[in-house]
Design a binder for this molecule. Structure first.
Ligand code: HEM
Length: 176
């Protein structure tokens, strides 16, 4: 009885349609990188240094300890590269735009370290919404940042100053 029913079902089952644009069918939009910046577009938001999540340090000594604007940008990029290659957290980064992240993370560090940048990215809550970041993921990212700062010979006292600025942002990044 059941087998007769199943055979009847199989008879009526249609072959998949040929030449269907499945992306269109399911509303999948093709993302195109900006030819100038190499970045994917993001949903509109108000740009404001307040999105960086903290006030910058005063004075120039800290920025100097990080090797100035260029040194800071290199450390941000290295942190992203180490994180993309880190099996503990690589999965979180894979679907996101690393070209943009390298730029905006560099801007955030540069702004906070008072090295003469504005931050043009999103606020921390918006940027990490729905990512499912856990405390262990944050610890892994911080380790990668420490590694990047160490490679760049940033003195420990200066490293800890940046970390202390970033630490309170964890409540907007971690999902509970
Ligand atoms: C306090 C710690 C953190 C800070 C200060 C921070 C900072 C930032 C900044 C500045 C952006 C760029 C926002 C934009 O481009 O508009 C960003 C995006 C991102 N962050 Fe974080 N982050 C933190 C923790 C983490 C952790 C722990 C992870 C994962 C392990 C993570 C993964 C990402 C990813 C994948 C993006 C790209 C989002 C997108 O483009 O859609 N972040 N973060």
């Amino acid at each position: 009885m059941i087998s007769t029913f199943l055979s009847a079902l199989m008879l009526f089952q249609q072959a998949p349609k040929q030449g269907v644009d499945w992306d269109k069918e399911f509303g999948v939009e093709e993302r195109v990188r900006d030819p100038e910046t190499g970045e994917f577009p993001v949903d509109p938001y108000d740009q404001d240094n307040a999105n960086a999540g903290a006030q910058p340090f005063e004075g120039e000594r800290l920025a100097e300890a990080f090797g100035g604007r260029e040194g800071i940008q290199r450390i941000a990029e290295r942190t992203v590269e180490l994180s993309e290659a880190d099996p503990r957290i690589a999965d979180i980064f894979v679907a996101h735009d690393m070209v943009r992240l390298k730029r905006t993370l560099g801007e955030q560090f540069c702004y906070l370290l008072n090295a003469g940048c504005d931050y043009s990215g999103r606020d921390m809550r918006t940027a990490h919404a729905g990512m499912g970041v856990k405390k262990a993921d944050l610890n892994a990212l911080v380790e990668n940042l420490q590694l990047a700062m160490g490679e760049a010979d940033v003195p420990f006292a200066a490293q800890n100053k940046l970390l202390s600025k970033l630490a309170p942002m964890s409540r907007d990044v971690i999902e509970r």
